[in-house]
Write a protein that binds this ligand. Structure first.
Ligand code: SF4
Ligand code: SF4
Length: 68
């Protein structure tokens, strides 16, 4: 497994089906790791440091930590 693949597994993830595209997570992220995708916001696993700020602010609670 490459290092990049490990990071992808470890990073926070947005459950796209539940995201209402409000943008709150993107504003909250200190690493600018969250961008608006085609159907929902998406987290760049290479920029995410797993601080959890996005998961705390999300009104849909659809951002999951890697250990969950
Ligand atoms: S866990 Fe922190 S660094 Fe990762 S996407 Fe969420 S707010 Fe950004
Ligand atoms: S805060 Fe939650 S609902 Fe809002 S854009 Fe981010 S993931 Fe989607």
């Amino acid at each position: 497994m490459t290092i990049e693949a490990v990071e992808e597994v470890m990073a926070h993830k947005i459950t796209c089906e539940e995201c209402i595209v409000c943008g709150a997570c993107s504003t909250e992220c200190p690493g600018e790791a969250i961008i608006e995708g085609k159907d929902c916001y998406v987290i760049d696993p290479k920029k995410c440091n797993d601080c959890g700020a996005c998961a705390d602010i999300c009104p849909q609670e659809c951002i999951v930590a890697p250990e969950e």
